[in-house]
Design a protein around this ligand. Sequence first.
Ligand code: KIV
Length: 275
Amino acid sequence: MKNTVSTIQKQKQEGKKISMLTCYDYSTAKLMEEVGVNIILVGDSLGNTMLGYEDTLQVTMEDMIHHCAAVSRGIKNILLVCDMPFMSYQTSVYDAVVNAGRLVKEGHANMVKLEGGKEVCPQIEAIVKASIPVCAHLGLTPQSINSFGGYKVQGKTEAAAKKLLEDAFAVQEAGASMVVLEGVPAKLAKLVTEKLHIPTIGIGAGADCDGQVLVYQDMLGMFTDYVPKFVRQFASVGEVMKGAFREYMQAVNDGTFPAPEHTYGIDDEVIEKLY
Ligand code: KIV
């Protein structure tokens, strides 16, 4: 069954948890499709995991479109959400609508995600008016790393918690269909989840959100530059890959790869004529 804005909303109403993972390529998307993940996020975290940047600020619209289109070719039923990169929506409402449109037309996204609360509500309203569903993103929003002065949990003081709750109501009112809560105390995320009628998706926000999202290289144990507290490594794929790379090198070195079954034949007569 195709996951849509309505099916995700229904999952919240029925208390069925929503599974979301990041993904940036066709082959991985196909694997997620086979197991029935609800939502893929082509996150601007691709700047870290795929492109090796220190933060997400250098990621461009072209990067997002390129990866989103690749993912879209590997899925049929998963709802595809694509991040709006830094400075593709903060500059003006006009830029926000044009760039959200590009992610849908060229990247084949079903929904776009942007970071921020009240300050981006005019952009959310305009994108939704253009018939593009929006996912908001509150709490530890990585595009604001320079204002935060580091990757720090957000909403811990009374004033910050009140602001986060107000922002959550504001993005819902502006028309967002979903909200990611990142790096937020679990009890605050629970309260936001209970107060909102749109689904909340947590990352470092406790178990009471309507759904969860993780960066797939983090949960597979492939990306070890930095492992945040909220990550569970569900596998050690990095170790499996290194083992396979080592075996391959060994087989190349000792001549056991390629074996006859990996090799194309030719009639001896043809070869002999060439000597
Ligand atoms: O870019 C990303 O992967 C994200 C998730 C961490 C929510 O925004």
